[in-house]
Design a protein around this ligand. Structure first.
Ligand code: BGC
Length: 356
């Protein structure tokens, strides 16, 4: 597997709370910095008396989302690593909200009553986080939101609200670039019938998710900017889900026999769903691109089924969530040394992954 165009998140020197150059290189794992800060040999200042244990309440919008599950397991690994390196015991209380904002609100209430020092919330409805924020503010418990970005107005309500995610536009631009590069090198690979136009279909994530609209817009814009002649046959919302994407693709293959040359997907799971449908229909040669770099997504690139993906650095992603949470929970005056845009936003690095 070839990894190219290594990109990192932006460097917001001067805008963050604490900026450490190493973060811009993407080489140092967030956790190491946080753990180091928390060790007595480091020079951070402790606000209160030393904490021997911290409790973190984590609520996931759904438990069956592949990308979120990847992040969840790395958070668990990072918590163990953190315990080993800092000597501080970490209790993670992880709950799944099963797509219900109401359930998630109740989970938040329970976390607070259990005495959680900090909450990590993957909101069900990113437009409806005000209740969570109310409860957290009243109890004085900081919140690290991730993946589904609350609206700015909510994020600005308190300086103990953080967000970890990925720049939707930049990842989409790289997704488009993978296709532009392929078209320039080997136009017949994406213009299968040689008519001078690449006919594509688009699989989109949930319409309320900040990533869907931006990824859809910028992958296509990048193809246009890169001089790839394109024609959209159709598109649809498959809500990030493999099975929904598979059903849509099945219909499209029937409706446009032999005409689909490219499938642009807002995430890897939907790309895998499209590939499932292509395999069932015996459709060959169609290029499929995703975003995420989930475990099955990367395996599909490796075995040649997925043309490429934009892989999010999941170690940094999960590491950032844990580092901010642990930093807040253990009562440091200075936050872990992450670049936090506007003092609250952390954007993770990403890279293109294509098969050799
Ligand atoms: C990821 C998707 C995931 C969704 C969940 C997106 O950023 O790319 O794979 O399903 O977040 O909120």
């Amino acid at each position: 597997m070839k990894v190219k165009g290594r990109r990192t998140g932006h460097c917001y020197a001067g805008t963050g709370r604490t900026v450490k150059r190493a973060w811009c290189t993407g080489r140092i794992v967030v956790l190491c910095v946080a753990a180091c800060l928390l060790m007595s040999s480091c020079q951070g200042v402790r606000k209160e008396e030393e904490k021997k244990s911290i409790r973190i309440g984590i609520s996931l919008y759904r438990g069956d989302d592949t990308f979120i599950n990847n992040i969840r397991s790395i958070i668990e690994e990072k918590a163990k690593e953190y315990e080993r390196e800092s000597g501080i015991k970490v209790t993670l209380d992880i709950q799944e909200a099963k797509g219900s904002q109401n359930t998630q609100n109740n989970q938040v209430e329970r976390f607070i009553s259990l005495g959680c020092d900090v909450l990590c919330i993957n909101p069900v409805d990113r437009m409806d986080t005000s209740l969570i924020i109310d409860k957290a503010m009243t109890a004085g418990v900081p919140v690290v939101f991730f993946n589904r970005q609350p609206v700015e107005e909510d994020m600005n309500r308190w300086d103990k609200l953080f967000y970890v995610g990925v720049d939707a536009k930049e990842t989409a631009v790289l997704q488009g670039k993978m296709v532009v590069d392929l078209y320039r090198k080997q136009p017949e690979a994406v213009d299968l019938n040689g008519d001078g136009v690449v006919s594509y279909v688009m699989l989109e994530g949930e319409s309320s998710h900040q990533d869907s609209l931006i990824r859809t817009e910028w992958s296509v814009q990048t193809l246009k900017d890169g001089g790839v002649p394109i024609e959209k046959l159709t598109g649809g919302i498959a809500n990030w889900e493999r099975s929904q994407a598979s059903a849509l693709m099945e219909q499209w293959l029937e409706k446009y026999p032999g005409r689909i040359e490219l499938v642009i997907c807002n995430n890897d799971d939907m790309a895998l769903g499209a590939i499932d449908a292509m395999e069932r229909a015996g459709a060959e040669g169609i290029s499929v691109v995703g975003i995420d770099g989930t475990t099955p997504g990367l395996a599909a690139v490796e075995n040649g089924k997925l043309m490429g993906t934009v892989s999010i650095d999941k170690a940094q992603y999960a590491g950032a969530i844990l580092a901010i949470a642990a930093g807040e929970a253990s009562g440091w005056e200075s936050e872990p040394e992450l670049e936090l845009e506007e003092g609250k936003y952390y954007q993770c690095p990403w890279q293109i992954v294509v098969k050799n």
